[in-house]
Ligand binder design. Structure first.
Ligand code: SAM
Length: 468
């Protein structure tokens, strides 16, 4: 079949690619098509054609896959968030396991590592403890909304159309956040519209309202509202805080992050506490954590407990070990392991997360955790070669961001030679690459995927490695 850009073709979707798109292979040539699933016969417009692959846009489903189910969310066809909603959850888990397996085999050339069945998320709706919504003065209208002449395009608060930086869908009901998240969001939307203060324009970089971040605590049922703006306006935000906190007594923290940076990230250059606390409290197992607006915290609270229990199971601590936790965030893993280890040292680049980690250790009466701030690449050699004398590390936990480990850090880990490594990964591709680099000195015993992100292609994995 000859595929031409801008022309349409009828394609059979055979598999799902990492990244979540369906793959068709007419005459063996891969074509990636968003929002399709295996078993679909689809009318597709070719939007990109390269030497080795093409990308297509779904125009129509000619024969829907027998696997298809009705997506629970009305924005499923447009929003970039949960693209696998039409695939039943059991099937999602099957494809996630395959992605981990195939990444290890094809990227890491690691053929014999056993990959276990994915541990599912307890809840598949209402499971997210943090959502970030964008404000825009150019709302993108869905085809259904276009039929309604009363809907205007001047303001939208919601999530982006995938692949766009300025098209925001006005989200009234996001099913992956628990209630009253959507009610709070709606009240903020009304307040912003009535305030007559402009939303930030992503093209001209003018305007005030930038992002709304809502965080919730599963254990305490409390909420944090974080409004990200371009400039200060404490009196306006105080009015919003008073209104919301009167209506929703479960809001215990209302903060304002201020940033004039052009980059579309919801982190402020500084933070104003408008009302209540600067942090929200959450419980994992028996430990309490105070989390500030800009600190990393796993977004699926129950999933995090499953993940950390698994880390603990693989680490098999007896109380005598010196444990090193690389990429320690707000100190959740060190604190979780503290009762079973002699000492746990965490290293993390974000200063506010390290401050949270130290405070969290204190709150929980944990006195055998040390936290260091800085880039691991530079902190690790300093810390473990003090006065030319190598400190001991028996068990190492590694939980890097999506990009995985810097190759210098891989060498430093090999040099430190812990007996056991528990590697936690949110990206099968970099997991495969890093395990392959560590393979000179470490045998991967098994990989256990854990699902923290239902309806997306994302998957967390925990690998157990032992020194050869
Ligand atoms: C996937 S998170 C893991 C956090 C923690 N283990 C948890 O479960 O909450 C990765 C963390 O690595 C930190 N990080 C990213 N690059 C880093 C670097 N070069 N050095 C130290 N920490 C880094 C991030 O700030 C983030 O907190």
């Amino acid at each position: 079949m000859s595929l031409k850009k801008r022309k349409t073709a009828e394609l059979d979707i055979l598999d799902l690619a990492f990244g979540g798109k369906g793959i068709a292979k007419p005459d063996g040539f891969p074509v990636f098509v968003d929002r399709t699933i295996p078993g679909d016969r689809a009318l597709v417009r070719i939007i990109k054609k390269k030497k080795k692959y093409a990308e297509g846009k779904l125009i129509d489903l000619i024969v829907p896959s027998p696997l298809r189910q009705d997506a629970p969310c009305s924005y499923a066809n447009y929003c970039g968030g949960c693209r696998w909603q039409s695939l039943p959850y059991k099937q999602q888990l099957r494809y996630k396991k395959n992605h981990v397996k195939e990444s290890l085999e094809h990227i890491g050339l690691l053929k014999d590592i056993p990959v276990k069945d994915v541990l599912p998320s307890g809840n598949i709706l209402g499971f997210r403890n943090k959502m970030e919504f964008s404000c825009s003065n150019r709302r993108w209208l869905t085809p259904e909304e276009l039929q309604n002449p009363d809907i205007t395009k001047d303001f939208g608060l919601g999530l982006h159309v995938p692949g766009t930086f300025d098209k925001v869908i006005d989200i009234k009901n996001c099913l992956i956040q628990p209630e009253p998240g959507n009610k709070i969001l709606e009240d903020i939307r009304c307040f912003i519209k009535e305030s007559e203060t402009p939303a930030y324009d992503l093209k001209t970089h003018e305007g005030f309202w930038r992002f709304v971040m809502l965080r919730n605590s599963v254990a305490y049922g409390t909420w944090m509202v974080n409004i990200v703006t371009k400039t200060d306006n404490n009196s306006l935000l105080k009015k919003l805080a008073d209104k919301l906190m009167e209506r929703y007594p479960m809001i215990t923290s209302f903060v304002n992050n201020v940033t004039a940076r052009k980059a579309g990230v919801a982190t402020g250059e500084y933070e104003n506490v408008i009302a209540g606390e600067q942090y929200i409290k959450e419980k994992l197992g028996n430990f309490i954590f105070e989390i500030s607006a800009n600190s990393f915290f796993q977004t699926n609270t129950r999933g995090a407990e499953t993940l950390y229990s698994l880390v603990s199971h693989y680490a098999e601590l007896t109380g005598k070990e010196n444990v090193l936790d690389l990429y320690s965030g707000t100190g959740t893993i060190p604190i979780w392991l503290s009762r079973d280890a002699k000492e746990v040292t965490g290293i993390e680049i974000v200063e506010s997360a390290v401050l949270d980690a130290k405070k969290n250790a204190q709150i929980n009466g944990v006195d055998n955790c040390r936290f260091h701030v800085g880039d691991i690449r530079y902190v690790l050699p300093e810390l473990f070669n003090e006065a030319g004398e190598k400190k001991q590390c028996d068990v190492m936990i590694i939980d890097p961001p999506r990009a995985g480990m810097h190759k210098d850090v891989v060498s430093q880990v090999i040099d430190l030679a812990p007996e056991k490594i528990v590697y936690v990964s949110c990206n099968p591709a970099t997991l495969a690459r890093d395990l392959s680099m560590l393979a000179t000195d470490y045998k991967a015993i098994e990989v256990q995927p854990v699902d923290m992100f239902p309806h997306t292609f994302h998957i967390e994995s925990v690998a157990l490695l032992t020194h050869i």
